[in-house]
Write a protein that binds this ligand. Structure first.
Ligand code: SF4
Length: 236
């Protein structure tokens, strides 16, 4: 199935308008969203469920998330009747730590590769539209994010990565959640600004850099948004 590739021409579209256009012009195209159940992911999910109520919600189940994240994931999956897909690594945490120890301390890049990147690569294979909650404001590594990018998985499979909120501010995210009665992951109330696996998430000491609390500031990305090859897309 070919996808109507819009790319640069969609940069000016508002999030809801872009979502509506993509689903209208790509009827039947397999779509998914990756979600860590942070506020941005909930906004994107709220927007696209209007067009695809059963969209697969891919959660990278590393085995290392906060208890609060698991509880919120399960609460929202039930309340919104989500088509939740837990993308699992090939090993349990017990098997992983038995073989490799606490890899998140000595080699977090390898740990993320095993428990996030590889499972995601496998899980994304069937999809043509991949929605994310990324925003440019979140990190210097995301400042050049486009709303629609063509990515190539290591197998050669190509898919369109869509970041409806690329140009949104954090305040816009909060306002959308409030206006639509979307509850927050409770960890925000404890001061966390960016929430991932528990061993690699601390409170950020820099309000201008929400991801400073991830991996002790040693890195900014787990790799799931940098492992694919991004290409200049053909225009429609
Ligand atoms: S975020 Fe930490 S615990 Fe989670 S997969 Fe990466 S290194 Fe491992």
């Amino acid at each position: 199935m070919s996808i109507t590739v819009l790319h640069e021409e969609v940069e000016h579209l508002a999030a809801a308008e872009l979502a509506a256009r993509l689903f209208a012009e790509n009827t039947g195209a397999p779509a998914c969203i990756t979600s860590s159940f942070q506020a941005e992911d909930m906004v994107v999910l709220h927007l696209i469920r209007k067009h695809a109520p059963d969209v697969p919600v891919i959660f990278l189940e590393t085995g290392y998330h906060f208890a609060e994240t698991y509880a919120y994931r399960d609460q929202m999956a039930k309340e919104w009747s989500l088509n939740l897909v837990n993308a699992l690594p090939k090993t349990t945490v017990a098997e992983h730590e038995s073989a490799l120890g606490k890899l998140y301390i000595v080699d977090p890049a390898q740990c993320c590769q095993i428990r996030k990147v590889e499972p995601l690569m496998r899980t994304l294979e069937p999809y043509h539209l991949w929605f994310t909650g990324l925003r440019r404001e979140q990190s210097p590594t995301r400042k050049n994010l486009r709303k629609m990018e063509l990515h190539t998985l290591p197998t050669g499979t190509q898919l369109n990565k869509i970041s409806l909120l690329a140009d949104w501010t954090w305040q816009q995210v909060l306002d959308y959640c409030a206006a639509n009665n979307i509850p927050h992951l409770p960890l925000y109330e404890k001061g966390y600004l960016s929430i991932g696996c528990e061993p690699c998430t601390t409170l950020s000491d820099d309000p201008n850099n929400p991801r400073a609390g991830r991996w002790g500031g040693k890195k900014l990305e787990c790799g799931i948004h940098t492992f694919t090859e991004k290409e200049t897309a053909p225009q429609a």
